[in-house]
Structures are given as structure tokens and as C-alpha cells.
Design a protein around this ligand. Structure first.
Ligand code: SDX
Length: 427
């Protein structure tokens, strides 16, 4: 925060006036600090869905929604996708700096040591119904980690955070691949210590006893890019859930399980699956993009352009730009063109030139092209949000650690009661 001369906002209520401190962040974001408001005036502020409210100070991620900027610990994502692996970015988010060679080796060893699922947990998969959505399986299994690793309740931030972070980042990747194999009725493939994070995941997903999986470096690189782009996004819905649940001193695994549940919503991380289902529907309906854009504008129609719009970005989501370019590169190497990609590009063009979308600053967000890339990699749509969750784990862990480190009080907002008053009783 800037150390400039303290500034204040004057608030007049009736004949009373109070000065509220102005807070300015390192990227010049400005806020009126109302933490003393109720004590001094008896008033609270009202801001449903916190659209105008900063819930905390944070040093992890900076988003500029007007300029389309996204930086993790001050480093632009465009640089990180070029120069780093996903596990390096995970370390950066959690520790606030890129790992030196020694720290990198230690973290990589921890990821390997924690890549296996407890064998008793593996048998959970025998009892999930065949069509169980992998996000529900993931949320259940992560919660169960606290039963198998109870010391997480005694987690001390310094020495144990790497162990618990590695266990989550590595074991959850194994759980995700096992959930996929369960879904398709194939035997699970175990992680290997000789493969890096993304190569291991791809191998666990696509290797099989009858057809060894050919790990292509360009696909491993692409998966690293996708996971890095989804790794954090400041106070989004699921991260706010993690900070809220964590503030009650719930153990890290149960807290992350809550983040998974929040992310699964179609307005949040579930949008990548909803985008592909929407594009499938447009193709099946004959591909008349203009008809669906008209539906998205019709207030009497619940249809929305999934993958479009964002609470913070009022310009093109910088992540969507990179994913669109990677999507184009990947599909140009493939013989069979995905009809969804052509429809997605046409839909984008129509919407971006339509007054309704322009007026409301509705642009493609991170979810618009992601699903098409995952499809091209052979990942089914019910696994798309699982991919988002795998990627967001380091972001959630970093925010949980920051929240605990700031000795945050339990999150408990106020309300404005508009219900019945005693005089109404019995009416
Ligand atoms: C993610 O917060 C994050 O950072 C999230 C995320 C992350 O990394 O964690 O970036 C990931 O969740 C991306 C968003 C994925 N969701 C979708 O793609 C679902 C489709 N998009 C929307 O439902 C919507 O745009 C939201 C939920 C993303 C944002 O909604 P807001 O900020 O609450 O905006 P709103 O619903 O009030 O919309 C404002 C106006 C409304 O019209 P008017 O009432 O002003 O006439 O824009 C319209 C809306 O009807 N609108 C859309 C639209 N999104 C907004 N109209 C048609 N299609 C859309 N997709």
C-alpha cells in the first residue's frame, strides 16, 4: 500500500459527518475503509454479491478488468506460460517467489512422494455409481483426505504447507485420472516418478494395458499452458468460498473441497463444459449462430452465451486470447477439423459486433475456447471442470495460506432484515 499522506472520504449522515480512511493498493486500486463504520455510526453498508466490495488485502494475483491484465505475484501470465511449468507457477503462487533449483527439487520430490492415492481410498472408486460426475467424486475424495491424513488439522503454516500443498496438487491429479478411468470402465493407471506433472497426468488418463500412450512434448507443453492460465484469479467465487470456509479454521482439505463445489457451478468453472454443450446444441440445430445470439439477448429467454461475459473483465479475457491462439495451433495440426471451433469463432465474431454485447462489455472469457482444446486432447466434457479444479488448487492454497497468515477473523457479513416484525405475529 502507498505510504502517501493519509486521505479520507467524508461521510455525512444527518447532521453527523465522519472521515473514513482511503486505502490505495500498489496498483493504485482505491477503497474506502469502512471497517469502523458500524461502531461509529450504527450503519452497515449494503452490497449484494459484493460487486463493489474488497473482502481483503492480497499480494497473490492482480487483475485489471479494464485493460485485460493478469499477473501472478507481479509476473504477467504471458511470460509465465512462455517460461514456466505449471508446478513452478504453483510454487510461485504459494510462496510468493519462483523456486530456486534446490527448492524446485524438494517440491518435485514432494509431488512424487504424494502422487499415490492411499490404497484404501482407491477402493472408494469401486463404489461410486458409473455415471457419477467427476467433480462430485473429486469433492468427496478431497474431503476424505482429512480422514486418512488427520495431521492436516494440526497444520502449521511453515514446515507443513509444502507437504499438504504437494499432497493436494499431486494426489488430486491422481484422483482426477482415476475418476476418468472409472467413468469409462477402464483399469486405473498409476502415477510414475519418471514423468513430470503434466506428462504423468496425460499418461494416467490415456495409457492402457492394451495400448501404451505416446506422450508428446507439444501436448505436455499445451497442458502446462492451460493449467497455468487457470491457476489463480484473485477473489473469484470459489476462492472466496475457500477464504470464507477457511476463516472458521476448517482444515485445508475440507476447505478445498468447498472450493471444488463452488467451482462446479455453470456460472463459474462449470462454464467450460456448458460452452461445449452450447456449441454442440448450435451445431445440432443447424449452426444458425445469429439465432442463438438473438436468444442470448432476449430477456424472456433464459439462454445465455456460455463462455461470454465476466464480472471483472470488461475487455477480452487475456487468458482467452492465449487459449484461442493455442486452440488454433492445435487444430491446424489435426486432420479432422472440430465443427465446434468454426461455430465458436463465428459466434464470437457475431457477438463482438453486436450492440447488446458491446454495450455490456461482454467478451469471450477463459472458458470459451478451453473446452474445444480439451476435446481435441481427448478429454471428455464432464472432465473439463475437473481440469479447471486441478489448475486452481495452487491458487486456492495460496489464498488459504495468506488468509491464515493474516490471522483473518471468521467471515460473518451483516444483513438488512426485511421480514415480519412482532406486530405481524399470527396475521
Ligand atoms: C469464470 O470471477 C472470476 O474471476 C471467475 C473466473 C476465474 O478464473 O475464477 O474468471 C472463471 O467463472 C469465468 C466466467 C464463466 N461463466 C460464464 O461464462 C457464464 C456466462 N456468463 C455470465 O453468466 C456472466 O457474464 C457472468 C456470470 C460471468 C458475470 O455475470 P455478472 O457480472 O453478474 O453480470 P450480469 O449477469 O449482471 O450481466 C450484466 C448484463 C445483463 O444484462 P442487463 O440486465 O444489463 O440487460 O449482461 C448480460 C446480463 O443479462 N449478460 C449476458 C451474458 N453475461 C452477462 N447476456 C448474454 N450472455 C451472457 N453470457
Amino acid at each position: 500500500m502507498s505510504e502517501e499522506k493519509k486521505q479520507f472520504a467524508e461521510l455525512k449522515i444527518g447532521d453527523k459527518s465522519i472521515d473514513l480512511p482511503i486505502v490505495i493498493g500498489t496498483e493504485n486500486e482505491k477503497a474506502v475503509d469502512i471497517s469502523g463504520l458500524r461502531k461509529t455510526t450504527g450503519y452497515v453498508t449494503l452490497d449484494p454479491s459484493f460487486m463493489n466490495t474488497a473482502s481483503c488485502y492480497s499480494s497473490i494475483t492482480f487483475v485489471d478488468g479494464e485493460k485485460g491484465i493478469l499477473r501472478y505475484r507481479g509476473i504477467p501470465i504471458e511470460e509465465l506460460v512462455e517460461k514456466c511449468s505449471f508446478t513452478q507457477v504453483a510454487y510461485l503462487l504459494i510462496h510468493g517467489k519462483l523456486a530456486n533449483p534446490e527448492e524446485r527439487l524438494k517440491f518435485s520430490k514432494l509431488l512424487n512422494q504424494n502422487s499415490l492415492l492411499h490404497e484404501d481410498m482407491r477402493h472408494f472408486f469401486d463404489h461410486f455409481p458409473r455415471g457419477a460426475h467427476p467433480m462430485h467424486i473429486l469433492s468427496t475424495m478431497i474431503n476424505a483426505l482429512a480422514v486418512f491424513y488427520p495431521n492436516v488439522d494440526l497444520l502449521s503454516l511453515d514446515e507443513d504447507i509444502d507437504l499438504s500443498a504437494a499432497r493436494l496438487i499431486s494426489t488430486v491429479r491422481t484422483m482426477a485420472a482415476f475418476a476418468y478411468k472409472k467413468n469409462i470402465g477402464e483399469p486405473v493407471v498409476y502415477p510414475r516418478h519418471d514423468l513430470n506433472y503434466c506428462a504423468n497426468f496425460l499418461n494416467m488418463m490415456f495409457d492402457s494395458p492394451v495400448k501404451p500412450y505416446d506422450i508428446k512434448p507439444e501436448i505436455v507443453k499445451l497442458l502446462n499452458i492451460l493449467l497455468i492460465l487457470h491457476a489463480d484469479h484473485e477473489q473469484n467465487c470459489s476462492t472466496t468460498a475457500v477464504r470464507t470456509i477457511g476463516s472458521a479454521q476448517v482444515n485445508l482439505y475440507a476447505t478445498i473441497s468447498a472450493g471444488i463445489s463452488a467451482l462446479s457451478g455453470p456460472l463459474h468453472g462449470g462454464a467450460n463444459q456448458a460452452v461445449v454443450e452450447m456449441l454442440d446444441m448450435i451445431v445440432a440445430d443447424g449452426g444458425d449462430v445469429k439465432k442463438f445470439v438473438a436468444r442470448a439477448k432476449d430477456k424472456n429467454d433464459t439462454f445465455r452465451l456460455m463462455g461470454f461475459g465476466h464480472r471483472v473483465y470488461k475487455t477480452y479475457d487475456p487468458r482467452a486470447k492465449i487459449i484461442k491462439s493455442e486452440c488454433h495451433k492445435l487444430l491446424s495440426t489435426m486432420k479432422n477439423k472440430d465443427p465446434l471451433y468454426e461455430v465458436a469463432m463465428e459466434l464470437e465474431q457475431v457477438a463482438l459486433h453486436d450492440e447488446y454485447f458491446i454495450e455490456r462489455n461482454l467478451y469471450p472469457n477463459v472458458d470459451f475456447y478451453t473446452g474445444i482444446v480439451y476435446r481435441a486432447l481427448g478429454i471428455p466434457s464432464n472432465m473439463f471442470t475437473v481440469m479447471f479444479a486441478l489448475a486452481r488448487l495452487p491458487g486456492w492454497i495460496a489464498h488459504w495460506k495468506e488468509m491464515i497468515g493474516h490471522h483473518t477473523k471468521i467471515v460473518r457479513p451483516r444483513q438488512i432484515y426485511i421480514g415480519k416484525v412482532p406486530a405481524d405475529y399470527g396475521k
